[in-house]
Design a binder for this molecule. Structure first.
Ligand code: NAI
Length: 289
């Protein structure tokens, strides 16, 4: 039996993951705003550290995996862009960072962060919002986001998922994560039938835009299917999966962005690449034992 922490466990994909893990005989520590072992608001300054302290206590300081599924969608609402950034990015990064020592203590752990295909299919996300979020300067990000009026939540959502994905990929390959036996990866779903999507589509403008959104497989995803992907990313099969973004979106991203990735390395980027080669050879602790 292994021990996992799951945020967003009370609903949607997080709930489906919790059911899958329990059915497989594992111990799950649930974290959510409601109906969970640990009640915490991950969008507040103190929420992530309080939740982490309780998870560490319940797990005895050793975790085999963490699934960071708590999040809110791009629905309209008061101060929504700020809440989106605080919960989807900042709270996720703070909680997972606080859990890292417990994951490292297992010696062979997995962490799955929830991104979204919105990160790669939403047009017009300003670089300066992403830079501000990466720096943890939410006030600065929100000032720019306000300029987007009714679509500010959509831009904030995409930006929060870009920033959290960026953080996870950079952290995943370092000695503190890969070198400590933790495989940290990102799952990026497309539209999945959950309360988050239902809330978004209750807005008539969003529902109209959604009807035009290309999903080549012909419909939205099911939380159980996404939970199956999480189970794979928590399994021994993920031993060689590190810093990857697993896009499970019915083909939307491929429809909209095929040809943009993979992209060859331009010759002008070679000096930067060589610096990264050199930095890696100096940090031998990221190699397998
Ligand atoms: P959901 O709304 O069904 O579940 C989200 C859970 O997170 C809820 O139980 C909620 O109480 C919890 N939560 C929200 N704010 C919180 C806070 N401040 N502190 C603690 N818990 C909080 O949503 P769903 O669809 O299951 O989403 C799971 C993840 O998947 C999210 O990160 C979402 O952004 C991502 N995602 C979902 C997509 C979809 O179409 N459903 C598409 C792409 C990504």
């Amino acid at each position: 039996m292994s021990s996992y922490a799951v945020t967003g466990s009370a609903s949607g994909i997080g709930a489906a993951v919790t059911r899958r893990l329990r059915a497989a005989g594992h111990a799950v520590i649930e974290v959510d705003l409601h109906d969970a072992d640990i009640l915490a608001d991950l969008g507040t300054p103190e929420g992530p550290s309080a939740a982490a302290a309780e998870v560490l206590e319940r797990s005895g300081g050793v975790l085999d995996g963490a699934v960071l599924a708590a999040g809110i969608g791009p629905s309209p609402g008061p101060d929504r862009p700020r809440k989106i950034a605080q919960i989807n990015q900042l709270g996720t990064v703070q909680l997972l960072t606080a859990l890292r020592p417990a994951l490292a203590a297992s010696g062979d752990a997995r962490a799955v962060v929830f991104g979204s295909n919105s990160a790669s299919v939403t047009p017009g996300v300003p670089r300066r919002v992403i830079r501000a979020l990466r720096a943890g300067e939410i006030d600065r990000a929100v000032r720019t986001l306000r300029l987007f009026g009714p679509v500010a939540p959509n831009i904030a959502y995409a930006a929060s998922k870009i920033a959290v994905t960026d953080w996870a990929r950079r952290a995943a390959v370092t000695p503190a994560w890969a070198g400590a036996g933790i495989r940290l990866n990102v799952l990026a779903p497309g539209p999945v039938r959950t309360p988050l999507l239902d809330e978004e589509l209750a807005n008539p403008a969003a529902a109209r835009a959604f009807r035009a959104f290309p999903i080549p497989v012909g419909g939205v995803g099911d939380p159980g299917h996404l939970a199956d992907w999480v189970m794979m990313m928590l399994s021994p099969a993920a031993a060689f999966l590190c810093g990857s973004v697993v896009v499970v979106d019915g083909g939307s991203e491929a429809w909209l962005r095929a040809g943009e990735w993979p992209r060859p390395v331009a010759l002008r980027q070679v000096p930067r690449y060589l610096l990264r080669y050199r930095a890696f050879s100096r940090s031998s602790s990221t190699r397998s034992p």
